[in-house]
Design a protein around this ligand. Structure first.
Ligand code: C5P
Length: 243
């Protein structure tokens, strides 16, 4: 692994050069960060769980025709993905008020939103990933109008599918963040789902108890972070036991 060329190191993942041109290896670390990396910890086993969970979601989404960068899982912590040009936007879908929207608009956390919202944030750590509008995206050229339309359409499909999947195992999908990339195939450019989908990037609440089964356990010092991720994986049938 150490001989591989590192392409990029993020807060929770590393990207290495892949075995074939146009491929990358995505390595899931145990590192957890929050509040723009002001809060940090190493959570034993988180990377292994997120690798499995992200594989599962990406595979299921591909199964309903959503294009993704995922090719296959290689081992406990690594997956082979297609190399894409990341669109510098975080796409957040919200069903229930929580986190930054609850704070921004003074809404009680847990209140259902009047309708599902899709928001864009500009990916820029130094600025704390500010909320942006389609006007900003067009003016600054972060994505073209077709890409914006594709991202919104896909984000809503991902939401419908995942909300149903989670509801089936007693979990409410409160909100989540996804990222997209441009996949160059000859003359063609396609907008595909990239990065990861895991409890690091979703808010997941137990439907009966409202217990948080996601990264808010880390953000809010609730403890048992990896145990909660394992609980999600167990309920979905990805792993056998939560211990
Ligand atoms: O913090 P906020 O309420 O805006 O987050 C909305 C959703 O996006 C949450 O599920 C959060 O985990 C996810 N998110 C993320 N990465 C970020 C910001 C938010 O995965 N940089």
């Amino acid at each position: 692994m150490s001989r591989r060329r590192k392409i990029y190191e993020g807060k929770a993942k590393i990207l290495y050069e892949g075995p074939e041109p146009g491929t990358l290896i995505q390595y899931f670390k145990d590192d957890a960060t929050a509040f723009n990396a002001e809060k940090r910890a190493v959570l034993d086993g988180k990377g292994v769980l997120n690798n499995r969970l992200s594989e599962y979601f990406m595979t299921r989404l591909a199964g309903i025709g959503i294009p993704t960068h995922f090719i296959k899982r290689l081992n406990m912590r690594e997956q082979l993905v297609k190399q894409v040009e990341i669109i510098p936007l975080e796409v957040v879908v919200r069903n229930v008020a929580a986190g930054s929207i609850a704070k921004r608009f003074g809404i009680t956390e847990g209140e259902a939103l009047p309708r599902t919202l899709v928001e864009f944030y500009y990916k820029k750590d130094e600025l704390g990933d500010p909320l942006v509008t389609e006007e900003h995206i067009a003016a600054f050229g972060w994505a073209n109008p077709q890409e914006v339309e594709d991202m919104v359409g896909t984000a809503l499909r991902v939401n419908d599918f995942l909300a149903g999947l989670f509801a089936g195992v007693g979990i409410r999908l409160v909100d989540f963040k996804i990222e997209f990339g441009r996949l160059y195939e000859g003359e063609m450019v396609r907008t595909v789902l990239a990065d990861e989908i895991s409890p690091d990037s979703c808010r997941l609440w137990d439907m009966e108890t409202n217990e948080k089964l996601d990264k808010d356990r880390f953000r809010r010092d609730l403890g048992n972070v990896t145990e909660a991720y394992a609980e999600v994986a167990t309920r979905l049938g990805i792993i056998k036991t939560s211990t």
